[in-house]
Ligand binder design. Sequence first.
Ligand code: HEM
Length: 510
Amino acid sequence: MPTQEVLSAQDHGLYTTSTGAPVAEPYAAQRIGLTGPLLLQDFHHIDLLAHFDRERIPERVVHAKGAGAHGVFKVTHDITDLSCASLFSKVGNEAPLTIRFSTVGGESGSADTARDPRGFAVKIKTDQGNLDWVFNNTPVFFIRDPAKFPHFIHTQKRDPQTHLKDADMFWDYLSQNPESIHQVMILFSDRGTPDGFYMHGYSGHTLKFVNADGNFHYVQIHLRREGGARSLDNDTAVKLGGTNPDYATEQLFTEIELGKFPTWNVFVQTMSAQQAEKFRYNILDLTKIWPHKEFPLRPVGQIVLNKNVQNYFAEIEQAAFSPSHLVPGVEPSADPVLQSRLFSYPDTHRHRLGTNYGQLPVNAPVAPVANFQRDGAMAFNNQGFRPNYQSSLSPLQYKRKPYQDVKHEIWLGDANTDLSFITELDFEQPRALWEKVFNETDKEHFVYNVAGHLGGVKSPVVKARQLSVFTAVSKDLGERLAKAINHAPVAPLKVKSASEAVRFQFKAAA
Ligand code: HEM
């Protein structure tokens, strides 16, 4: 917090109306006589109240509770064979960035330590425009069919009647949509309650990097916290939720103030179109990971958070991150959930912040904007005298080489009503987590964490159905959970065989 002397030096210490006119007494209001009604002529008083009445903007419909800071992206390794983005054109390149971390389901005042995935949103201001990475701290997600998103989110929020969070709603959804099980396995391990923002970040989705020759690779991006990820156990997280709900926000701010700058190393996993065709899983299904053994991490750069905000609302609350804010050389894949998100974020920004959200200082690119978008509410950068139509004085247009390998991405077909279904493939990676990744302590914590939540479900049908999903992951897991919630063991959920799974579908043209 700046001292009184610093503040006074900055703003001359003179109290004014919003039009800059000095006012003698901030607390005073004009009225008739000593006890009469107030006067409409008192601009100061009306200015004060009218602005106060409009102080709130809609909180984010998801990820409402968050914290953030500024920093820098440094390119540490050459990836020009992968991407032609100018950011990556030279080792040593740097670009300023803003980050926002968040929980997903809670309101803006909710606890930082809630069991929830964490959002990990980065806005990198490159000389070719903003590159936003709107990631989570988990490499997979609950859904792969985008129309399920509002349903899923509603079940994590409040019941329409009781206005309470509801374990029945929560597990009713998850047990009916078992493609969520991989994310559920991560969420109910201690990774579901990270210690502050000591966590990794993952694109989850497959993206595309395109190089200067027009060749593309599929990529997954990983941001790995230096010093490793840390977790809280359930009881510590719950306790902190009551005693210090802003635990992570405070930790982030304090560390940066102390000069202990949080750092992440940036990596990519890459896959050629040919490898994608042979991969066991659909690369457009974000309930799956790409095994590191087959697709090793390749270093790219580093993110260092070295600057706290001066004003939270202006620099973090008004930040508008979108997976569609991309630069040449970085492109979306056809993952339907990602495709949906490309629309949803700018749409919600127009609602939450207004048409010209992109001109707010935190969102404005460092690259000059030259287009034909004009006017609208709060147009700060209206592009001066530049023509507002494609005239002979119009800006130059960017040229990029056409794709070399387009045959892998030619889309032909009828309008198709697409919905995924569950197969044995959906249980392989969750099973590996239980059997190979979790040690005995992790297993005990997992059973304890799930039992504390699932045990509160009232509906016997929902309870049994979710147990059948866990039993399909592993008989051992199903039995341990049934015992922990005083339920009889249940049979595993019946699913289609792996051979019926819809794999990566766009084969090279014959
Ligand atoms: C169909 C699927 C999804 C939809 C429709 C969706 C929609 C939204 C919306 C509307 C917001 C609020 C944005 C704002 O007000 O600025 C949001 C925030 C966010 N979403 Fe998603 N989301 C989806 C899936 C995902 C996935 C898969 C990830 C991560 C891989 C993700 C990560 C985030 C993050 C990090 C934020 C917070 C951004 C910030 O800090 O401002 N979302 N999402």
